[in-house]
Design a binder for this molecule. Structure first.
Ligand SMILES: Cc1cc2nc3c(=O)[nH]c(=O)nc-3n(C[C@H](O)[C@H](O)[C@H](O)COP(=O)(O)OP(=O)(O)OC[C@H]3O[C@@H](n4cnc5c(N)ncnc54)[C@H](O)[C@@H]3O)c2cc1C
Length: 411
């Protein structure tokens, strides 16, 4: 069994954000690091999701990305037209986001760290080290583990195959497609299907909710997080998180575009008509709606989102079952350093929702997770170093000594 300082499980944007912060802060030696991901490379799932849906721009602000420097995109010299959108809160293109991630991986020499394997289980030894067992029959002993696997239980409907990121159907011109969902992903699916020459009915459970980001930007800084962090009762935190996330939404521009298409007869919009089931009858698909209505079509695709459920997470469920970590509403009760209490297993992404708040699964949550974990390793109070909460410039310095580095909460 090999022994390393750090195992990062997963190679998505959250894993890269945490890994980069730890290395740039001088807290982890890249030679002492193993990243596990069955894809064998960084950001594979992210890239596939964007390609699949034809997404050109992120939804989140340009300051949210895996690079430890908050202005890393804005100060690039190779910015092309459209790489950073105009407007009050600019967002980056996928092109520039991926270029930044690729350069970060190269600069920190992280390509060779990704081992193409899936972590199967984690066992905490009596000496505190963590044994990571992988599906390729190897195992690694690590001083510290970061779990960044983004496991998700897709929300689905009777008659549909559950899928965390929807796959646009293969259509031929003239086909009719029903898109189910009221969030930005549903709008992106409409765009994809129209480009392919199909007719579209968009079915949304409730009137379309307009929101720039999937949670209010107040949740990415002290405006809401300062009070949230003071809530000691996890039940109250869970209620706050649920209220803040509140289902799918789309930016005003996308909602306007959808309504314009409906007004001009280019699509049919069934707003506030919950789909209840999907049935197949020969070549015809029937989407049943509440109130007894139905829509007949050639294809159906749903963007209903997904949820985190710790009891379904292969790496974390055993910690809950053994009582090592409590759970409420499907989320584990981590400590402020995002650890399974009493262990050196840190957890980020949506799994850290009760600690970090409703944007934990977004890129802003990744930045906060990175700073909390890095601060803990450097011996600094993780909450004081959290850029979402404190507004204080107290962060681990680049050499890990805990000296003020002066970055703003936006980072
Ligand atoms: C279409 C889409 C667009 C989005 N756009 C934005 C946006 O603009 N801004 C924003 O803030 N958020 C956005 N999100 C939400 C979120 O930021 C992304 O889902 C992001 O990919 C989450 O990063 P992650 O690293 O947690 O997960 P992922 O990107 O899913 O990476 C997790 C990795 O873990 C690996 N893995 C899983 N289990 C194991 C295991 N047992 N062992 C080893 N490896 C494992 C997987 O193979 C995967 O590579 C978007 C989500 C989607 C689906």
């Amino acid at each position: 069994m090999s022994r390393v300082g750090l195992v990062v499980v997963g190679a998505g944007p959250h894993a890269l954000t945490v890994t980069a912060e730890l290395i740039v802060d001088g807290l982890v030696d890249p030679g002492e690091l193993v990243v596990l991901d069955p894809t064998g490379c960084w950001l594979d799932q992210w890239q596939r999701a964007f390609d699949r849906l034809g997404i050109t721009h992120l939804r989140s602000p340009v300051v949210h990305h895996p690079h430890p420097e908050v202005d890393a995109i804005l100060r690039r010299r190779d910015l092309r037209d459209g790489d950073v959108t105009a407007g009050e809160v600019p967002v980056p293109s996928q092109r520039v986001f991926l270029a930044l991630a690729r350069e970060l991986v190269e600069a920190l020499d992280l390509d060779g760290c990704v081992q193409p394997a899936r972590a199967r289980s984690l066992h905490v030894g009596e000496d505190g080290t963590v044994h990571v067992e992988c599906d390729d029959a190897t195992s690694i002993r690590a001083d510290r583990v970061v779990v960044a696997t983004n496991t998700a239980v897709p929300v689905t409907l009777q008659g549909l195959v559950p899928c965390a990121v929807p796959e646009p159907p293969e259509v031929t011109a003239g086909d009719h497609v029903v898109v189910i969902g009221g969030g930005l992903t549903a709008a992106q699916l409409v765009r994809r299907v129209l480009v392919d020459g199909a007719g579209v009915t968009l079915v949304t459970r409730r009137p379309i909710v307009e929101r720039a980001f999937d949670v209010d930007p107040g949740w990415m800084g002290p405006k809401y997080l300062a009070d949230y962090t003071r809530l000691a009762d996890p039940v109250e935190r869970l209620a706050a998180v649920r209220e803040a996330r509140d289902g799918g939404s789309m930016p005003a521009g996308d909602a306007e575009w959808i309504r314009g298409l409906a007004a001009s007869g280019q699509i049919e919009l069934c707003e506030g008509a919950a789909a209840t089931a999907v049935e197949r009858n020969g070549d015809t698909t029937i989407v049943r709606l509440a109130g007894g209505h139905e829509v007949r079509c050639d294809h159906v695709v749903a963007a209903l989102g997904s949820r985190f459920a710790v009891e379904n997470d292969p790496l974390l469920a055993p910690f809950v079952a053994s009582g090592r970590v409590g759970a409420i509403g499907g989320y584990p009760l981590l400590d402020p350093a995002l650890r399974v209490p009493g262990t050196s297993v840190h957890v980020c992404g949506r799994a850290a929702m009760l600690e970090l708040g409703p944007a934990a699964g977004n890129l802003s949550g990744a930045r906060r997770a990175a700073r909390r974990i890095s601060a803990h390793v450097a011996g600094v109070d993780p909450v004081a170093a959290d850029p979402g909460v404190s507004n204080q410039p107290i962060v681990p310095s680049r050499c890990g000594s805990g000296v003020a580095a002066g970055r703003s909460w936006a980072g």
